[in-house]
Design a protein around this ligand. Structure first.
Ligand code: ADP
Ligand code: MG
Length: 327
């Protein structure tokens, strides 16, 4: 199969919605940004052995490549509309493509985004997607807008994706079938929180998606917004699947430091909380208030009101603070 056949067979949508003036097949795509909107774009590449374990199915790779980009649109409060795909594969493997392409199409249809172009090259497996979205001209979400006293929220259960990855990598870790399947899904199939991003767009003061772990990403939000954060560890959501599989201490660590969650982290000014809560009650997901922005820099953690020192990332980095508290 030559490159032309491959593109026309797997990566050429049959029809486009009116916003696509020119899609796959020409030298470039031409897109119509609706009046009163801005173009929002991001790109994320995923590489075998780094962003997903070797042996991950083509369907899961396709899902992940697009999902992480949709998550960036969610974090901006934008409506994802189009994407381009740069596919680098060691060889033309028809059975791999026959799994990859439909999975990509299924997620694209679910989120109403259209493939408008790309590139196909030979080399180590690497999938790069650039996403394009639109957002109302008056407001989009950034990491920079949080202010002292804003309440910090997180969607879903941070740490579950890392728990899923740990199950994949550590064969000695036991889990019941239901928990195992659930946590693996959370790693392989993170749900881009686009609807949540749209809901909080007019309400949140700052937002970002969590890809590197809650603690690290909240630290980035603090730096961008020039404030500090107080994180109340007892408020972190933790699921039964995570607790029964990992135990209490590791569940805490994953909640704070696990990566790959693609949940949204956002801040809301105190006078907008009632409005947020009524909007959130319409959505099929939960968000937890986990702390608040404070004067200063960096993230300070508290457990039941007592300060706890958290150093570094990942495992075994909890250390007792000067009061002797440790997790
Ligand atoms: P060019 O040499 O102009 O870059 P290509 O032969 O690389 O053209 O691509 C031909 C057309 O197919 C272009 O419209 C390009 O955007 C599209 N395309 C190439 N690879 C992909 C892919 N993996 N997914 C979607 N569209 C692709
Ligand atoms: Mg090309």
């Amino acid at each position: 199969m030559n490159e032309f056949d491959l593109i026309s067979r797997y990566f050429t949508p049959k029809t486009y919605k009116p916003g696509v003036l020119l899609g796959v097949g020409d030298d470039a795509a031409v897109l119509d940004v609706p009046a009163g909107h801005r173009l929002v774009t991001a790109v994320d590449s995923i590489v075998e052995g780094i962003h997903f374990p070797i042996g991950t199915s083509a369907a899961d790779i396709a899902y992940r490549a697009l999902a992480v980009n949709l998550s960036d649109m969610a974090a901006m409060g934008a409506i994802p509309r189009w994407f381009t795909l740069s596919l680098c594969m060691p060889r033309t493997d028809v059975s791999w493509l026959a799994e990859f392409a439909p999975s990509l199409t299924t997620l694209a249809q679910e989120y109403e985004v259209e493939l408008v172009g790309g590139d196909t090259v030979r080399g180590p497996l690497n999938i790069s997607i650039q996403i394009l979205g639109v957002v109302e001209s008056d407001k989009w979400l950034t990491r920079t807008g949080a202010q002292v006293d804003d309440v910090i929220y997180v969607s879903g259960v941070p740490g579950e994706a890392a728990a899923g990855l740990q199950l994949l990598l550590d064969s000695s870790l036991q889990a019941d079938v239901e928990s195992r399947n659930y946590l693996l899904q959370r790693f392989y199939r993170p749900k881009p929180r686009v609807q949540l991003g749209r809901t909080i767009r007019p309400i949140a003061s700052a937002a970002m998606d969590i890809s590197d772990g809650l603690f690290t990403d909240l630290s980035k939000l603090c730096a961008a917004s020039h404030c500090g954060a107080r994180l109340d560890l007892e408020c972190l959501p933790r699921s039964t699947a995570m607790l029964t599989t990992l135990g209490e201490a590791a569940a805490w660590r994953h909640a704070l430091h696990g990566g790959d969650d693609y949940e949204l982290l956002f801040t809301v000014a105190p006078h907008k909380i009632a409005s947020l809560q009524s909007q959130l009650s319409q959505l099929p997901l939960t968000c937890a208030a986990i702390g608040k922005m404070v004067a200063g820099t960096g993230v300070q953690c508290f457990d039941q009101g007592k300060p706890v020192r958290v150093v570094g990332h990942g495992f075994d980095h909890f250390q007792p603070d000067e009061h002797g508290h440790a997790l």
